[in-house]
Write a protein that binds this ligand. Structure first.
Ligand SMILES: O=C([O-])CC(=O)C(=O)O
Ligand SMILES: [Mg+2]
Length: 233
């Protein structure tokens, strides 16, 4: 039989770094990380306005089977994000309000799952944020083994145990621990620069001038005219 593992120990990023990445949000962290780390857009927020960051506890499940999600709950610590992948594509409702209640009792701050969730109204009422491929009431079994804290693929992105996961309304990103503090510093710089840009744009400065795009447009052959010349268009 193929061995399956529940790995108890995970190397986590320090809480200050995790907090800084949370404050920056997914889009800024993605840019600061050199446009890496994003999960695909199919795994999306199932609530509005939630922002979480935490260390990934990863789960590899057989499709239609949430046995290993139950096994994973035990190794979660406060501040973790549970990240669930399946070994082939699934939209079954693997996690609902009961598992969410259990995860909240362990201090887990959110769930990212490349499958379905159910009991959505209750999940929202609980205030337990989820990012999922689907919402579907389809029930699942507890019969097939898998592993906890091994690398998983979630909508095209590898997520390793301990990766810092950042999730908000824009999507989900996973960052290796080794990159996390450098990216947090770069993200803080980006936020400061964006603050200045936001003030200038709010005051009416055009992006064309703020980013000095007029010479570029000219170089690219873009011509300003009052009306299209006859015979064009
Ligand atoms: O129990 C399950 O299999 C999934 C579910 O609905 C819950 O966690 O509430
Ligand atoms: Mg349920």
């Amino acid at each position: 039989m193929t061995p399956h593992y529940v790995v108890r120990h995970v190397d986590r990023a320090d809480p200050e770094t995790v907090a800084a990445l949370r404050a920056a949000g997914v889009a800024t962290v993605h840019e600061a990380a050199g446009r890496t780390g994003l999960l695909g857009p199919a795994v999306r927020a199932r609530q509005t306005g939630a922002v979480v960051a935490g260390s990934a506890i990863t789960v590899s499940c057989h499709p239609g089977d949430n046995l290993m999600v139950h096994a994973a709950v035990e190794v979660c610590r406060p501040g973790d994000v549970l990240v669930v992948g399946t070994t082939s594509r699934s939209t079954d409702g693997m996690v609902g309000d009961l598992l969410a209640t259990s995860l909240m009792a362990r201090g887990v701050v959110g769930l990212v799952i490349d499958a379905g969730v159910r009991d959505l109204a209750s999940l929202r009422e609980l205030g337990f944020p989820v990012w999922s491929r689907a919402v579907h009431a389809q029930g699942t079994a507890k019969a097939v083994p898998g592993s906890v804290n091994v690398p998983v693929v979630v909508d095209g992105q590898v997520v390793r145990p301990g990766d810092v996961v950042v999730a908000d309304d824009d999507g989900v990103l996973a960052l290796p621990v080794a990159m996390a503090s450098d990216v947090a510093a770069a993200a803080a710089k980006r936020l400061a620069v964006e603050e200045g840009k936001r003030a200038a744009l709010a005051a009416g400065t055009l992006g064309l001038d703020l980013y000095d795009l007029r010479p570029l447009l000219a170089d690219l052959g873009v011509v300003h005219v009052d009306r299209l010349p006859d015979g064009v268009g």
